[in-house]
Design a binder for this molecule. Structure first.
Ligand code: PLP
Length: 294
C-alpha cells in the first residue's frame, strides 16, 4: 500500500554537478513536523509546485514537470532548481510507492523570512480514485477570471503563467462551480476568451481537429494536454493552439478537462446545457494516459 511521506530537500545550485544527491534528502513521515512556522509558502503562498501522477510506482512525464517547475521558479525570481537533484528526489519517492495510482508533489518555496535558501520538498501519497469521473465526466460552468488576454504580458507580476502555491482563487472557483450545481469550472478572460480550468487544461474537438487555448502566458501549459496532443497526432488527428472565443464552447463536438492526476474527464454539460460526449475516445485517452510515459 502507498504510504504518505515527504522528502525534505537541501537545495543545491542549478549548476552544481554531482552524480548522487542522496545525502541532500531527508525522509519524514507525512504527519511529522517538518516546516518552520516562518515559512513563506504557508504565510504567503510564495512558492511554486508541481503535481506528478504516478502509476504503479512509475512517475509520469517527469521531465516536462521539472521543466515547468524551473519555468515557474524563473517567473517568481526563485533560485533555479537543480533538475538532476529534483529528478533524483522524484525517483527516490516513486520507488517506494506501491501498485495503483499515487501522486508526487514538488514544492519549491521562498523559504523562511530572511532565511538563506528556499525550502524544497516532495511529498508522496495515494491518489484519489478518479475512475468514476473518468467514466462519467464532469459538468462545468464558465466563470469570469477577471482579466483580459493581454494581462499576462502587461502585468507579469501577476505570475499568470507560473504554477504558484497561491491556489486560493482556483479553489474558490471550484466552490462557486459546486454552488452552481456543477463539478468544475472553465475560466473565461474578461474579453470573452476561453482560458483553462482551475486545476486542468481544456481540449475541444471540432470534427477531426482538436484545439486548446494558446498558452500565451495567461495560463499554464499543461503537461497532460501536451501528452494528449502527441497521442492524437500519432492517431492522425490535427491538433492546434488558438484564441478560442467563449461562444465556441457550445459548438464543440466534444470537450475534455485534462490534468496529471485526474487525467481526461469528458465535459458532459456546459452552463447547464448538455455537450456531446465521446466515450470511446475518452476511454482511449485515459488508457494512454495510464500507460507508462516519460
Ligand atoms: N491549469 C491549471 C491551472 C492547473 O492547476 C493544472 C494542473 O494542476 C493544469 C492546467 C494542467 O496541468 P497538468 O496537465 O500539467 O497537470
Amino acid at each position: 500500500m502507498t504510504r504518505r511521506f515527504a522528502l525534505m530537500i537541501d537545495p543545491v545550485a542549478a549548476d552544481e554537478q554531482r552524480t548522487d544527491y542522496g545525502d541532500t534528502f531527508t525522509q519524514v513521515d507525512a504527519a511529522a513536523p517538518a516546516l518552520s512556522v516562518g515559512e513563506l509558502s504557508t504565510q504567503r503562498g510564495d512558492g511554486v509546485f508541481e503535481s506528478i501522477g504516478v502509476v504503479d510506482a512509475h512517475a509520469q512525464e517527469v521531465v516536462a514537470h521539472l521543466e515547468r517547475l524551473a519555468h515557474s521558479a524563473r517567473l517568481c525570481d526563485l533560485p533555479a532548481p537543480n533538475l538532476v537533484q529534483w529528478r533524483q528526489a522524484v525517483d527516490r519517492a516513486a520507488e517506494q510507492l506501491g501498485a495503483g495510482e499515487s501522486v508526487i508533489k514538488l514544492i519549491l518555496s521562498r523559504g523562511v523570512e530572511h532565511g538563506p535558501t528556499p525550502t524544497a520538498w516532495v511529498t508522496a501519497a495515494p491518489a484519489s480514485d478518479f475512475s468514476a469521473v473518468r467514466e462519467n465526466g464532469v459538468r462545468v460552468v464558465t466563470l469570469d477570471r477577471g482579466y483580459d488576454l493581454g494581462a499576462a504580458e502587461r502585468a507579469p507580476w501577476l505570475l499568470l503563467g507560473a504554477k504558484t502555491l497561491s491556489y486560493a482563487v482556483n479553489m474558490a472557483a471550484l466552490r462557486e462551480a459546486h454552488r452552481r450545481g456543477a463539478d468544475d469550472a472553465i475560466f473565461l478572460s474578461s474579453d470573452g476568451f476561453v482560458l483553462e480550468a482551475p486545476t486542468a487544461s481544456l481540449i475541444l474537438r471540432f470534427g477531426d481537429r482538436f484545439v486548446t487555448p494558446a498558452p500565451n502566458g495567461g495560463i499554464l501549459h499543461g503537461t497532460t494536454q501536451l501528452s494528449v496532443y502527441e497521442h492524437l497526432a500519432a492517431r492522425g488527428f490535427e491538433v492546434g493552439y488558438d484564441r478560442i472565443p467563449a461562444t465556441d464552447l457550445a459548438r464543440a463536438d466534444a470537450a475534455w478537462l485534462v490534468s496529471s492526476v485526474r487525467l481526461a474527464a469528458a465535459i458532459t454539460a456546459l452552463d447547464g446545457v448538455s455537450l456531446p460526449v465521446d466515450h470511446t475516445l475518452t476511454a482511449d485517452l485515459n488508457r494512454y494516459l495510464l500507460s507508462p510515459r516519460d
